[in-house]
Design a protein around this ligand. Structure first.
Ligand SMILES: [Zn+2]
Length: 209
């Protein structure tokens, strides 16, 4: 497994290429913009794209999908249905429609070459936020950041739900690698030690509140 990171779009969203160099297949996670640069990175990797995986439906994570889908019409796009099909204009700015997106949800397993990617529903930043796990890598979108967590003041956000999601991620075994939707990567042990939001979420679990 190889992970390549690109920063794309208007606010520097992390777009990840999850590659299986053995089978020369890759998934593109959160192509939030700069589709040309994303496609060039995929080409350089020598891997054929087999899926576009979205951690949630915010525009800064999905902005490059339309152009990439035009280049790769056979490549499926996955987005949890709770972040699809915004009903009104205001929501449609935050959650632009992603044409042809297929739903994925808790417990689904996708394959990228010989790699297995498991979907964990981690709502809170948005209703349809998911974390994608592949081996010891966690692609958290805007649920967990190094030293912080995602905002919950957008439509569909919930502080209660993101705390439950952080508690869930913090309870995973092992010093997993955290690949967030913005800023630098981290390790789960470091976050369990230093991240005030994760610490609060874990304390809430202990006290049962
Ligand atoms: Zn977001």
């Amino acid at each position: 497994m190889e992970v390549k990171t690109l920063q794309v779009g208007p606010i520097g969203t992390n777009c990840y290429l999850l590659c299986d160099p053995a089978e020369k297949r890759c998934a593109v996670i959160d192509p939030g913009g700069d589709a040309g640069a994303v496609a060039a990175a995929v080409e350089r990797s020598g891997c054929a794209p087999c899926a576009i995986l979205l951690t949630h439906g915010h525009y800064d994570h999905t902005g490059g999908v339309t152009e990439l889908s035009a280049r790769w019409p056979e490549v499926p796009v996955y987005l949890n249905r709770r972040d699809q099909s915004a009903a009104d204009m205001y929501l449609a700015q935050l959650f632009p429609p992603v044409d042809g997106a297929q739903n994925y949800d808790e417990g689904d397993i996708l394959t990228v070459g010989s790699l297995a990617v498991t979907v964990l529903a981690t709502p809170g930043h948005s209703e349809g936020s998911v974390t994608l796990r592949c081996g010891d890598a966690l692609f958290c979108g805007d649920t967990l950041f190094a030293g912080s967590c995602g905002r919950t003041d957008f439509p569909g956000g919930s502080i209660k739900k993101i705390m439950a999601s952080l508690r869930r991620l913090g309870s995973l075994e092992g010093d997993l690698i955290v690949y967030p939707g913005h800023m630098e990567p981290s390790r789960l042990d470091r976050e369990r030690r230093d991240n005030p939001f994760l610490l609060q979420a874990m304390r809430t679990a202990e006290s049962g509140v």
